[in-house]
Ligand binder design. Sequence first.
Ligand SMILES: Cc1cc2nc3c(=O)[nH]c(=O)nc-3n(C[C@H](O)[C@H](O)[C@H](O)COP(=O)(O)OP(=O)(O)OC[C@H]3O[C@@H](n4cnc5c(N)ncnc54)[C@H](O)[C@@H]3O)c2cc1C
Length: 330
Amino acid sequence: MRVGGPARYFFVAKNIKEIREALSFAKDKKLPVFILGGGSNIVISDQGFNGLVLKPDIRGLDITEDSNGHLVSLGAGEQWDVCVQKIVSKNIFSIENLSAIPGTVGAAPVQNIGAYGVELKEFIDSVEVIDTHSFEEKKISPDECLFSYRDSVFKHLEGKHLLITNVVLRISKKRKAKLDYKDILEYIKEHPLDSGTLTPQDVRNIIIKIRARKLPDMKTVGTVGSFFKNPIISKEKFNALSHIYRGLPGYVVSNDKVKVPLGWIIEHVCKKKGYKKNNVGVHDKQALVLVNYGEGTAKNIKECANELRDDIKRHTGILVEFEISFIGEF
Ligand SMILES: Cc1cc2nc3c(=O)[nH]c(=O)nc-3n(C[C@H](O)[C@H](O)[C@H](O)COP(=O)(O)OP(=O)(O)OC[C@H]3O[C@@H](n4cnc5c(N)ncnc54)[C@H](O)[C@@H]3O)c2cc1C
């Protein structure tokens, strides 16, 4: 979304040496460091960031093959969707459901990006990082990443100081198209396809079309995509709510937990789909998405998000979490 004021210092680092130089600079000046990818999942304070913004721009996309599958090594500064297109063009079924997600490779493990029934964690072989405190390089295993729904160690105290420099994916040769997500099934119903000749590119094209219907055009409005995480609640709570709010969808995620699409609650319970206030508001095609119509400030966005959060709590008792990060003073 990138509204907000400037950073005190801004560094683009093309390699590990330049990252170390930028970190030393910040250490000498006792500045806080913020690691920036493409800025698509952050809202920056109107006062800006009083520290050093470090953008790792390490490039590289390397695909190797062994008897089990493919290993794909991606530099943190690569655009995520460019990498998806490259893998798809090699006819490898894998991350095609994660097509058209804005941002860089380095940010992808941070919130374990996910879409249409697929999450990045399914493919992570290792994540290479540099510790911004000790300046040491490390290789983090998938277990150490502590991935869960839109979450990982990199969002928490134990891992916030780790700057991701490279991501290695492992893709099994057995991987097939994953089409069992509601929106994809609906699309296929409307546009029948020949599953015998289906390619990763066909699936990517479907995903891009579905996303274009639901998400705002980033060229015309500011957005960070989904603003909140879909809440995961107990079955008991879900049953009680669906008694009050008929038609409330829910997806069972474990024996006693259900994930609820928050967009449905914002639309049908809070009645806030298409809501507008102070030049910001709730997208009229997908209520989980907040949009900035041009003149909205970071403060306006935070207020709108807080208002929605309070509304959701009042109607359902659910305290939702932000999926995005607020940077600087609010
Ligand atoms: C229109 C739209 C649609 C979206 N759809 C989806 C979706 O379907 N699924 C989904 O999961 N997300 C979605 N998103 C969210 C966003 O695309 C992802 O979170 C993406 O990974 C952010 O990448 P970025 O490079 O822009 O990260 P930024 O916004 O720059 O940063 C996000 C976080 O990652 C940290 N970070 C960035 N780079 C690094 C690094 N190299 N090392 C360590 N930390 C780092 C930052 O400090 C920050 O905390 C959407 C966003 C938009 C605007």
